[in-house]
Write a protein of this length. Structure first.
Length: 191
């Protein structure tokens, strides 16, 4: 579920040595499965452990994860990096905003996951987003753009050479992608 590097474990051991005996760490996600999801790490005193928590045992310490956060912390990594500018604890949780789906999940769920986990974060830098409306019986993914993508002069390029290629590579069973959006130029668009 979560990988905690050796340097992060050593960092936590130092911090925990100054806490009440038996205190562990807790890794959690606030607003899991939403665009506003945020990950965090906190102290977890012995009396704060819930019956539904999962204990993750590492070489140098244990960490707890609450039942709600667990699926969103799949493939997460905590690291402690030191460079010329100082040191920093990093927590990367690629599935915090949308729960990872299995390889045998229905295609609609797998396409939606790819859009939310990989494509929408790229579009967000331009104030845009894309949603899957449906997958047709003849194998086309029907998409709808919003935000800054609506009316953008580069939408054809984004659809054909960006999103389309990525979806068709990931899902060879798709025949293509189509845009359902009625693009209108306006102040909401990114230029």
């Amino acid at each position: 579920m979560i990988r905690i590097t050796d340097s992060a474990q050593e960092h936590f051991v130092k911090l925990l040595s100054k806490q009440e005996d038996g205190t562990k760490i807790r890794v959690f996600v606030i607003n899991p499965g939403t665009p506003t999801a945020e990950c965090g790490v906190s102290y977890c005193p012995p009396d704060a452990v819930e019956a539904t928590d999962t204990e993750l045992k590492f070489e140098k310490l244990s960490a707890y994860v609450d039942e709600l956060s667990a699926p969103y912390l799949e493939d997460a990594e905590i690291d402690f990096v030191t460079d010329n500018l100082g040191s920093q604890l990093t927590l990367k949780a690629p599935n915090a905003k949308i729960c990872k789906v299995s390889d045998d999940a229905p295609m609609v769920e797998r396409v939606e996951y790819l859009l939310q986990a990989q494509i929408n974060p790229q579009l967000a830098s331009h104030g845009g987003r894309v949603s899957l409306m449906e997958i047709t019986d003849d194998g086309y993914a029907i998409l709808q753009f919003g935000g800054g993508c609506n009316g953008c002069s580069m939408i054809d390029f984004t659809l054909k050479d960006g999103i389309g290629k990525e979806l068709l590579t990931a899902f060879p069973e798709l025949k293509g992608v189509r845009d359902l959006t009625e693009h209108q130029r306006g102040e909401h668009s990114y230029y």
